[in-house]
Design a protein around this ligand. Structure first.
Ligand SMILES: NC(=O)c1ccc[n+]([C@@H]2O[C@H](COP(=O)([O-])OP(=O)(O)OC[C@H]3O[C@@H](n4cnc5c(N)ncnc54)[C@H](OP(=O)(O)O)[C@@H]3O)[C@@H](O)[C@H]2O)c1
Length: 340
């Protein structure tokens, strides 16, 4: 793999990228590159995109052990630093997978080794359920020993997350795929509170209540599937799903700005205050440029706010713990943690 030029002529100056200030005082680039290659993009292609994205000005990379490509991404991160980007100017996130809730420190050390780093900027508990499923499995598959959310167990995992900070292996810890009732308990019991919550956020799934809750509690929302994940696996599609990049209002705004509808989703996310992490191997430059130029007007922002359809795309069915349950059980929609 070649070392990227840090100075592509069409690159965005990383200093021009908006930053989010976390409660620790640290700053995180307001847009990052997702690295989940789903079922169709190889680790080598993702690694190449990480190199290319760094050359165009990205400094924030959203990784996870379960994406199965951290070793390839790590080779790119090493090359990016050899090419002159300082470690302190990178923001690298990784996540502990569901089968490692009892071995958070071991899992983090493995990600650090694969990513060729001696610390992570952010480490997340990927899902609040310790329910393993084989990557690529069918949506109807269930783990025989699947469990509901058990707060006591989550806190055992969280204590290990806190220890990672004490050990200097990670700078910030955070949650992902959480709900307000679960976060309330974590905020009550944590010694070190989450700095971010990673959650699905796009114009058709704006999660206004959870968004407001995390912001009011000093937690930065990171938005996954910010474009409505057009490349997600078949198993994550249902007939009710809608696509923000095909929404007539987004198409109209995109026409006016002369960009792809996906770029409008990025602009909206950055201006709203979350940190989108769009995945891309072909369009990452357009997304970064969209985040720093030609902002949406107040009217356009309001028009997009009205598009919310409460359309969750990543429903998480494989993490259900009982036969006959519907995916809504994972998301505490009645306002309290779903009974076991
Ligand atoms: N915490 C969690 O549980 C969780 C769950 C899901 C995802 N994530 C993270 O969030 C990231 C993003 O989510 P995602 O990958 O599912 O979906 P996404 O970012 O909403 O969509 C990615 C898709 O959009 C296309 N695309 C990107 N920019 C485009 C543009 N400007 N014009 C046209 N097409 C464009 C990409 O194609 P090209 O490659 O061809 O550009 C790719 O197929 C993941 O990679 C992962 O890091 C986290």
């Amino acid at each position: 793999m070649s070392t990227p030029s840090q100075y592509r002529s069409d690159a965005v100056d990383p200093a021009a990228v908006p930053q989010r200030k976390l409660y620790t005082g640290a700053t995180m680039p307001a847009i990052g590159l997702g690295t989940f290659g789903s079922d169709h993009v190889t680790p080598a292609q993702v690694a190449e995109a990480v190199m290319g994205a760094a050359a165009t000005g990205y400094r924030h990379f959203d990784c996870a052990s379960v994406y199965g490509n951290e070793a390839a991404v790590g080779a790119s991160l090493e090359a990016i630093q050899r090419g002159g980007v300082k470690r302190a100017d990178l923001w690298v996130t990784s996540k502990v997978w569901n089968d490692k809730h009892d071995d958070v420190i071991g899992s983090c050390r493995k990600s650090l080794a694969d990513l060729r780093l001696d610390y992570l900027d952010l480490y997340l508990v990927h899902w609040p359920f310790p329910n393993f499923h084989v990557p690529g499995c069918d949506v109807s598959s269930r783990s025989a020993d699947a469990k509901p959310y058990i707060h006591e167990n989550y806190m055992k995992t969280w204590r290990q997350m806190e220890e990672l900070i004490d050990l200097g292996l990670v700078r910030h810890i955070g949650t992902s795929n959480m709900t307000i009732p679960k976060l309330k308990l974590v905020l009550r019991d944590a010694r070190i509170k989450p700095a971010v919550n990673e959650m699905e956020l796009h114009p058709h799934f704006q999660q206004p209540e959870l968004f407001k809750y995390v912001v009011e509690n000093g937690i930065q929302p990171i938005g996954y599937c910010p474009l409505g994940s057009p490349g997600r696996p078949e198993r994550d599609r249902t007939p009710e799903d809608t696509s923000p990049t095909e929404d007539p209002v987004i198409l109209d705004i995109a026409r006016r700005h002369g960009v792809h509808p996906a770029v409008i989703c990025v602009k909206w996310a950055v201006q709203r205050g979350q940190s989108p992490i769009p995945f891309s191997i072909n369009n990452y430059l357009a997304n970064l440029q969209g985040a720093v130029s030609d902002p949406l007007s107040e009217e356009e922002m309001q028009a997009i706010t009205k598009l919310d359809r409460n359309c969750r795309l990543i429903k998480g069915q494989v993490f259900l713990w009982k036969d006959g349950q519907s995916w809504e059980a994972l998301w505490d929609i009645a306002g309290e943690i779903t009974a076991p």
